[in-house]
Design a protein around this ligand. Sequence first.
Ligand code: NAD
Length: 489
Amino acid sequence: MAAMKELVKGTDRYRHFIGGQWVDSTIKEWIEVENPATEAVIASVPKGGEDDADRALVAARAAQPAWEALPPQARGQLLRDLARLMLENRERLARVVVAEQGKPLQEARGEIEGAALYLTYAAEEARRITGDIIPSDMPNEQVWIQRVAHGVVVALTAWNYPAALMCRKIGPALLAGNTVVVKSHEGTPLSALEIAQLSTQLDFPPGVINVVNGTGEGLGAALVRHPIPRLVTLTGSVRAGKAIFRSAADDLKLLRLELGGKAPFIVAEDADIGAAVRAAVLSRFENCGQICICNERMYVHRKIADEFTARFVDAVKALKVGDPMALVDVGPKFSKAEVEKVERMVAQAKQAGASVLTGGGRMQGEAFARGHWYEPTVLSVNDNQMAIMQDEVFGPVVPIMTVTDFDEGLRLANESHYGLSAYVFTKDMRRLMRLVRELKFGEIYVNRPGGDAVHAHHAGLRDSGIGGEDGKYGLEAYFQKKTMYINYA
Ligand code: NAD
């Protein structure tokens, strides 16, 4: 079998992983993978197209019936084994994540552990794939409702967690008896390829896991258009989600769309200010602000606004920005385009009346001469309709707005076309009880920083998506139900 990669002009050139083999693309074009901290080209991957999509989907379809026929426990065991191999290779995989994505090494180690946990959690469900037996209205008859796989699943992932997002999808998809074709974001394709390589040490039947490389509009769109997959699961932008929704309509494909967010962070006058400051900093600046559930806009009660803001700005100023391989709090933005977007958004906010409390520009100095660096930035604003309060920044910038009371905070938080996560700091139980119905977000963190549990449910409302992942509801998405009427008269 061809190797996963070859050395071409001093850098690693990877192949696609299709049908258990490392194969070249039919298109002889390549995508360069860059290290966001240095702008050095660290590898290249094929720029796959229609033919590659077809080959991968055909391989996945061929493998699916036998895979689904295995006892779930056998599928679960392979997922456990893959998780074990990932943890044994944690350090190496974490360094791949840092090299292609730019998050600090200690966060990348956490990503690999989280990725492995998605697989082991899915494996634990192997003995709980249940159905229903219900009495019929007819004599001598039972009705059986069973869970069966969809068939082939296409999994498209974003660049902010290249290892974890892949495993979040393939864990439950494979456990349910589907086979998968994975396409990572073209800027961060290496983690998925390295995980596929680890799978070759195990007895996964060829074609159960396929990993292909290419752009979203090219290969990604070809995978979605293709008649073979029944389910497409995307983690990515609202733009891509809507394009996929349109394209999938022709064959009525099933979709799970996990899209962007614009999380409000509400701090009431009775909040524990120290805890709120710590949570607000972590929930904004982890992974350089590039998490869908990040704190994107803050509403602080006027009675505590001065104290909260002063302490928050001090904490932001203390963040250490630098080489993600060192012990730092914040690494680079992922790409040139991303840092330019953040720059544009801050300039526009300033023009619209925002004042800069700290940061507000690119990192200066020799250490930051190369790479995509932006200062941790806090803005003060007083208009909820400003673009910086409405559009996802997905970077190290957060606006703060003072509100007159809790109700105003709630109202402004809900004035958004996003609906993924939200944060609230208050000790008042009556207010907390109101959040269930009145705060229109799918994932609400109360008196704590963000971070979702593998056995909970991660789902956005409105433009943040349709579907949801993790836990029993996430797994459920990878099954369809079949009903049999069993007459034994
Ligand atoms: P993106 O939409 O550009 O890309 C996501 C994936 O979709 C990539 O693999 C890309 O190649 C592919 N793609 C893009 N256009 C496509 C098309 N027309 N057809 C098929 N595939 C296509 O998103 P991104 O820039 O990688 O990720 C950032 C976004 O992801 C942010 O908005 C962030 O909030 C969101 N995100 C959401 C979650 C969540 O769970 N809700 C988690 C992480 C990131």
